[in-house]
Design a protein around this ligand. Structure first.
Ligand code: 5GP
Ligand code: ZN
Length: 114
């Protein structure tokens, strides 16, 4: 997508600190980290949000969650715990409209979220 920030990170136009990548996804550190570990896991393919997915995306979504688990393991928060979040739409605070899972860990995370 021409004007999508995360598509620009996928194609390398905008730099990012990539911590994991494979054929279907990319994981990079958040530019404004909210925890010691704050990584964004995104599909290489442009998908707007969870609100835009269908049955045909089930394999990709499973792959992304497995990637989140790998990232958490590699970032050293598997034992201590971590949270995977997909802000979806305006009221949830989604600000970049290319699907991404936040992987947050390395500190106590309050519940419920704000
Ligand atoms: P959202 O608010 O849509 O759930 O999450 C978007 C996230 O993208 C935010 O946590 C924000 O800090 C992060 N972000 C925005 N622009 C950039 C960027 O250019 N590079 C990186 N690495 N993260 C970004
Ligand atoms: Zn995109």
């Amino acid at each position: 997508m021409g004007d999508c920030l995360f598509c620009r990170i996928v194609d390398g136009t905008i730099p990012a600190k990539i911590v994991y990548e494979d054929e279907y996804c990319l994981a990079f550190t958040d530019i404004n980290p909210q925890a010691r570990v704050h990584v964004l896991v995104i599909p290489r393919r442009h998908v707007v949000s969870l609100a835009a997915v269908g049955e045909h995306d089930a394999v990709l979504l499973g792959h992304l969650l497995v990637a989140c688990a790998k990232v958490a393991r590699e970032q050293g928060v598997e034992e201590s715990g971590y949270r995977v979040v997909a802000n979806t739409g305006q009221e949830a605070g989604q600000s970049v409209f290319h699907l991404h899972f936040h992987v947050l860990g390395g500190r106590h995370l309050a519940w419920p979220p704000g």
